[in-house]
Design a protein around this ligand. Structure first.
Ligand code: GUN
Length: 293
C-alpha cells in the first residue's frame, strides 16, 4: 500500500516541539524567540503566507512583529528597516517575503539580513555552509528542510546510494534540496527545463522531488515503482467540475496516476506545504538559542 505522507501531522509535531523548546528557553534563560516578518505591497498570496507565518509564531509562544510596507517603498527604506531589525536584540529571525516589487533588488535585500538572523537560509553565508556540508551551523531554507524531514520519516536518515532526482533548480528549493540529499549520501541529479528525456531520468529516481511550479507535469509512468515522491508544487487550476469559476490546488505531480506506483508520496495540499512554516519556526528557535549561548 502506498504511504500518503501526512505533512500536516508531521508539521504539527515539529511545531509542538518548537513550542516546548521556546517555553524552556523563556523559563530557563529569559529569552523569548522573536521573529520579524516583512511584506512589501499587497500581493494576496504573499499576504496569506505572511499572516500564517505570524500566526504560527504566536502559537509557538514567540514575540512576533509584522511590517507591512507600501508597494512603492524605496529600496533604501527597506534596507534601513533591515538594519534596525539586525540591531534589535528582541528579534532573532528576519523574513522578507518574496517576491519584492520591481524597484527593489531582492539580492541586495537578502544579503543585508544578518546571516545569524537569516531564518530563510537565503544569505550567501548560509547557502555556502549548506553547499560545503556545514549543515549543523547553517540555516537551511524551510521548504527543502521540511521536504527532507518527510523523506527521512519514510526512508530513515541514511539515504546512502539512493538515486535522487530533483526537478527544478531554484535557489529556494531545487538547489538546497539537492545539497541536502547529497549530504545524506544520495546520488543526486538536478533536472530542469533543458533536461533531455525527463521521464526516463525520473524513472531512475528512488527519491523524486518535484519543484517546478507546473501543474501535474510529472505523470504516473515517470515514477519508479516504490519511489518516494515529494511534491513541492502548489498550483491553483480551474476546476469546472466543481462548479462555475471554481478552482482547486494541485501539485507538480499527477497524484492519482503516481500514487499507485509510489512507495510513499506527499499530497497537495497537506504534504510539503505545512512543513515550510513549521521549519521556519524551528529555524527561529535555533537562532534564539544561539544568542543565548
Ligand atoms: N516566497 C515564496 N517562498 C518563500 C520563502 O520560503 N521565503 C520567503 N521569504 N519568501 C518566499
Amino acid at each position: 500500500m502506498t504511504d500518503v505522507i501526512d505533512g500536516k501531522k508531521v508539521a504539527e509535531e515539529v511545531v509542538a516541539t518548537v513550542r516546548q523548546g521556546a517555553a524552556k528557553l523563556i523559563a530557563e534563560v529569559g529569552v523569548t524567540p522573536g521573529i520579524a516578518v516583512v511584506i512589501v505591497g499587497k500581493d494576496p498570496a504573499s499576504q496569506v503566507y505572511v499572516n500564517s507565518k505570524s500566526r504560527k509564531a504566536k502559537e509557538c509562544g514567540f514575540h512576533s512583529v509584522q511590517h507591512e510596507l507600501p508597494a512603492e517603498t524605496p529600496e533604501d527604506e527597506l534596507l534601513s528597516l533591515i538594519g534596525d531589525l539586525n540591531a534589535d536584540p528582541a528579534i532573532h529571525g528576519i523574513l522578507v517575503q518574496l517576491p519584492l516589487p520591481k524597484q527593489i533588488d531582492s539580492a541586495r535585500v537578502i544579503q543585508a539580513i544578518s546571516p545569524d538572523k537569516d531564518v530563510d537560509g537565503f544569505h550567501f553565508v548560509n547557502v555556502g555552509k549548506l553547499g560545503t556540508g556545514e549543515i549543523a551551523s547553517a540555516f537551511v531554507p524551510c521548504t527543502p528542510a521540511g521536504s527532507m524531514l518527510l523523506v527521512e520519516r519514510v526512508r530513515g536518515r541514511d539515504l546512502s546510494g539512493l538515486n535522487a532526482v530533483v526537478v527544478g533548480r531554484s535557489n529556494i528549493v531545487g538547489k538546497p534540496m539537492a545539497n541536502l540529499l547529497l549530504a545524506a549520501n544520495c546520488t543526486v541529479t538536478i533536472a530542469h527545463s533543458r533536461t533531455h528525456d525527463l521521464p526516463a531520468l525520473c524513472r531512475t529516481a528512488d527519491i523524486l522531488v518535484a519543484a517546478v511550479g507546473r501543474p501535474e507535469m510529472i505523470r504516473g509512468d515517470w515514477v519508479k515503482p516504490g519511489a518516494t515522491v515529494i511534491d513541492v508544487g502548489i498550483n491553483r487550476i480551474d476546476a469546472p467540475e466543481r462548479g462555475e469559476g471554481k478552482t482547486r490546488l494541485v501539485g507538480d505531480v499527477a497524484f492519482d496516476e503516481a500514487a499507485p506506483l509510489a512507495g510513499a508520496i506527499t499530497p497537495v495540499p497537506g504534504g510539503v506545504g505545512p512543513m515550510t512554516i513549521a521549519m521556519l519556526m524551528a529555524n527561529t528557535l535555533v537562532a534564539a538559542c544561539r544568542t543565548a549561548g
